[in-house]
Design a protein around this ligand. Structure first.
Ligand code: NAP
Length: 371
């Protein structure tokens, strides 16, 4: 069992070794997920003296491929300008004082003035630990919600038992589903500019970003720091991105928006990876070919619910269904859902954190009601 002793600020609470089955037979609450929703739920349930156990996930090739690395989508984001409480400014000294050195080393240097996604989520993690959230660096691979207490299986093959569960597993980046896209994954095809954008193959090169939402603009903007030119390829003639982001893309000297186009084929060879992309027109025009050495997908996300194995009701779009208005309840009493795994509409870091708090309060009230 991995405890997280090494990661705690020296001046803060020491994390106790984790005993998976507590004396009374079950944890009060297990939180699954380590994005803003998970950590907010950790902060609130810890402050309610529920001694939460939070599964933050594992770093593995398999999880990387599936877009399931710990710390959620914020860990794959550049600057965060719209999270209340974090205006642009010099946050470096504060970060150094709040985070353990070992966690600081994992953060990419941030030259911007805004807090970065990875920095924000690291602060949330530390805050949850400071209040006593116990962190397990494993995935939950199986759940059984048909028994009480609920039974969860970790990627460490251990069984964990809980009286209540908060699911905050977020959502992962979508791909188009082209064969050529699969073939060149990690050799020019990516869904994470922050992870891969600085690689030599993208420097001073021409790159394509597919999508028209905030993520696509953000990726294009980030890649333009390294690339010679970035093509933003959108299937319509109006960006879905927020106005401020859309304007940024339109005005950027290195970004060219190609309207009404979708990828048909990604070109390349085994040795060098991606060398181009064929774009078909959504308006019946001739296909065009661009010489690019990278293609970044930013076409939305799919909620991470596979491990639930059909044990919770989902919406028609595959998100966890909330069963009580303005509450985080799911179809199983005692199981709550927070963040993007149950949100196909707002999908913001701040709304994820907000629903994490709400799920924690709902779990606290549920536990009081059964005891
Ligand atoms: P999104 O808003 O759902 O946008 C997905 C984009 O991909 C859309 O433009 C969509 O086209 C396009 N798309 C979807 N499937 C496609 C396909 N098969 N082929 C071609 N294009 C396809 O997703 P997102 O950009 O990841 O943003 C998700 C949420 O996070 C949003 O609420 C966004 O505001 C938020 N976010 C915020 C920030 C920020 O504030 N800094 C940064 C990133 C994300 P259509 O427009 O035609 O549907």
């Amino acid at each position: 069992m991995s405890t997280e002793n090494a990661n705690i600020n020296e001046n803060e609470h020491k994390q106790k070794p984790i005993d998976p089955i507590k004396e009374n037979g079950a944890e009060n609450v297990i939180i699954i997920g380590s994005g803003p929703a998970g950590w907010a739920a950790g902060i609130y349930t810890a402050r309610a003296a529920l001694s939460p156990l939070l599964f933050e996930g594992t770093v593995s090739m398999e999880n990387q491929e599936a877009g399931l690395l710990p710390m959620g989508q914020l860990a794959l984001t550049t600057e965060v300008e719209n999270y209340p409480g974090f205006p642009a400014g010099d946050l470096r000294q504060y970060l150094a004082s709040a985070l353990d050195k070992s966690r600081m080393m994992m953060l990419l240097p941030n030259e911007g003035k805004e807090i970065s996604g990875p920095e924000l989520v690291e602060l949330a993690r530390q805050q949850a630990i400071n209040f006593g959230t116990r962190v397990v660096s494993e995935d939950v691979v199986h759940v059984n919600f048909n028994v009480r207490p609920f039974e969860l299986t970790g990627s460490d093959h251990k069984k964990y038992f809980a009286k209540s569960v908060i699911i905050a597993t977020g959502a992962s980046a979508n791909y188009l589903g082209l064969e050529s896209e699969k073939k060149f994954k990690n050799r020019g095809v990516s869904a994470c500019a922050v992870c891969d954008g600085a690689l030599p193959r993208f420097r001073n090169a021409q790159i394509a970003v597919v999508g028209g939402g905030d993520s696509a603009v953000e990726e294009a903007d980030y890649l333009a720091k390294f690339a010679e030119k970035v093509y933003l390829i959108h299937r319509r003639e109006e960006l879905r991105a927020s106005k401020v982001m859309a304007e940024r893309a339109k005005k950027h000297p290195k970004i060219e928006i190609l309207w009404n186009r979708v990828p048909e084929e990604i070109l390349g060879d085994d040795q060098n990876g991606v060398s181009g992309i064929i774009l078909k027109s959504t308006k019946g025009e001739e296909p065009i070919t661009l010489n690019v050495s990278g293609v970044f997908m930013a076409i939305g996300h799919t909620p991470n619910t596979k491990f639930l194995n059909g044990q919770l009701e989902l919406t028609s779009k595959g998100f966890i269904k909330r069963t009580v208005p303005f509450r985080m309840n799911t179809s199983v009493e005692g199981v709550f859902a927070a963040g993007d795994v149950a949100d196909d509409y707002y999908k913001q870091a701040i709304t994820a954190a907000g629903t994490g708090c709400m799920a924690a309060l709902d779990a606290e009230r549920y536990l009081a009601s059964i005891e």
